[in-house]
Design a protein around this ligand. Structure first.
Ligand code: SAH
Length: 375
C-alpha cells in the first residue's frame, strides 16, 4: 500500500490525498511526520493541499489562542554590532549603516509609551554592541521590571555568556529570542564569517532554555544556498529544542552586504513553514514577521491565517526608526508602528481576529489543545 503511494508520489511529484491526510493526522496526534514526511510536506503539496494545510494550522491556533493575536512592543536598542553576518545590514563592515544606541532613559521612555498604548510585552532587540555591557543591560531590565512588574520582558541581543544570561534572568527578563538562522553547518558557514560558530549559537539556545527563559529560535527562509535539506535540518532542530517561540521570516537582501545581489526568500514557502510549525507546536508563539509584511503587504494577514499568533509593532523612538536597517525597505510605518494599533486592529478584524492586550505567554503543555483536527 505505502509502496504504491510512494510510487505515485515519485511519478507525479505530488502527494496523494491519502498520504497528505495521513501526514496531517500524524501532526494532529502530536507526532513528527519524520524527515521524509516533512520533505513531502515542504515540496510536494498541490495548491489545494497548501490551502488545506493553512486552514488546519489556523484552526489549531484558534483552538489554543481563540481569535486573539498577541502584540509585542519592539524596541531596537542598538544598531551597532561587532558581528559581520553576510546577510545583515547592521554588520560591522557596513560603512553605510547608520549607527545609534539608545540610552537607558530612552529605553525606559519607550516602555512608558508602550505601557500607555497597552503593550503587555517589551522586546529589547539589538546588534551585539559591546558598549551595552551585560551589567548595563541587566540594570535596564531591572529598571523596567520594577516600573512595570506586570509586563513581560523579552531580550534579543545575540550571543552572550551563560553568566550574562543568568544576570538577565535574575534581573527579571522572561523571554529571549535568538534565531539559530540555519541548523546546517555548511550553510551556516556560507552565511557567516569563520569567527562565528554554529555550535556556539546552539549552545546559547540550550543555556537559555536551561535558565528558564521562554526561548525563541528560528530561521530565515530562502537565504542563498539554502536547500530543502537545510530546512529539514532546521525542523529537526526545532523538534529537538522545543522552543516556546519560533520566528521565521523570508531573507531580504540588504544593500552594502555581500548578499545584496541575491533574491529574496519566498513568501509562500515562509507561510508553508508557519503553518507546519503551528501544527507541530500547537502552543508556540509564532510571529507574523515584519520581513513577511515587508515583502508582501498582505503577508501579515496571510501569516495569521496560516497559524501565526504574534505581531511585533515597532516601538523604537521615531528619531531612530528606519536606522535599524537589517534589510532593505524594512516596514516600520502604518500598522507596523506601535502608535498605529488602530490600523493593526482593523487589519486583524478584517480577517476575524483581534489584538489581545496581555503578556501573552506560551502555553504550557498541559494547557495545549492537541486533539485531532478534522477538516
Ligand atoms: N543581534 C541579534 C538580533 C538580530 S536581528 C541576534 O543575533 O539575535 C533579528 C533577526 O533578523 C536575525 O536573527 C535574522 O534572522 C533577521 N535578519 C537579519 N538580516 C536579515 C535579512 N537580510 N533578511 C531577513 N532577515 C534578516
Amino acid at each position: 500500500m505505502y509502496l504504491c503511494v510512494n510510487f505515485m508520489v515519485e511519478s507525479e511529484d505530488k502527494l496523494s490525498e491519502m498520504r497528505f491526510s495521513a501526514l496531517l493526522e500524524r501532526l494532529a496526534t502530536g507526532e513528527s511526520p519524520g524527515r521524509e514526511g516533512w520533505r513531502l510536506l515542504l515540496t510536494a503539496l498541490s495548491g489545494e493541499q497548501d490551502c488545506r494545510l493553512r486552514r488546519c494550522a489556523s484552526e489549531v491556533a484558534r483552538r489554543n489562542f481563540g481569535n486573539g493575536i498577541y502584540i509585542r512592543g519592539l524596541i531596537e536598542i542598538s544598531s551597532c554590532c561587532r558581528n559581520d553576518c553576510y546577510y545583515c545590514g547592521l554588520r560591522r563592515s557596513n560603512r553605510q549603516a547608520s549607527r545609534y544606541r539608545l540610552t537607558a532613559d530612552e529605553i525606559l521612555d519607550c516602555c512608558r509609551e508602550g505601557d500607555r498604548l497597552g503593550f503587555g510585552t517589551f522586546v529589547l532587540q539589538g546588534g551585539e554592541d559591546n558598549a551595552q555591557s551585560d551589567e548595563w543591560l541587566a540594570d535596564v531590565v531591572r529598571a523596567i521590571r520594577s516600573e512595570f512588574p506586570e509586563r513581560a520582558i523579552t531580550l534579543s541581543v545575540g550571543e552572550r555568556s551563560e553568566e550574562a544570561y543568568r544576570k538577565f534572568r535574575r534581573a527579571g527578563a522572561d523571554r529571549y529570542l535568538l534565531r539559530h538562522e540555519t541548523r546546517n553547518a555548511e550553510h551556516y558557514a556560507r552565511l557567516h564569517p569563520s569567527a562565528m560558530r554554529l555550535d556556539r549559537r546552539l549552545h546559547c539556545l540550550e543555556v537559555l532554555k536551561r535558565l528558564g527563559f521562554q526561548t525563541g529560535a528560528g530561521m530565515m527562509v530562502g537565504t542563498p544556498w539554502q536547500t530543502v535539506d537545510c530546512l529539514l535540518d532546521d525542523i529537526a532542530f526545532l523538534e529537538e529544542l522545543e522552543p516556546e517561540m519560533i520566528g521565521m521570516g523570508p531573507f531580504i537582501p540588504a544593500a552594502h552586504t555581500p548578499l545584496a545581489r541575491y533574491s529574496s526568500g519566498s513568501v509562500a514557502l515562509t507561510l508553508r513553514l508557519v503553518a507546519l510549525m503551528r501544527l507541530r507546536f500547537p502552543g508556540a508563539l509564532i510571529p507574523a514577521t515584519t520581513a513577511l509584511a515587508t515583502l508582501d503587504p498582505a503577508g501579515r494577514k496571510a501569516a495569521v491565517l496560516a497559524g501565526a499568533n504574534v505581531v511585533m509593532p515597532n516601538l523604537s523612538p521615531l528619531a531612530v526608526r528606519g536606522k535599524y536597517s537589517i534589510y532593505d525597505s524594512k516596514a516600520y510605518t502604518g500598522s507596523e508602528a506601535a502608535e498605529s494599533l488602530g490600523l493593526l486592529q482593523r487589519e486583524l478584524e478584517s480577517i476575524g481576529y483581534t489584538i489581545v492586550y496581555g503578556r501573552g505567554d506560551a502555553l504550557s503543555s498541559e494547557r495545549r489543545q492537541t486533539d485531532r483536527i478534522l477538516i
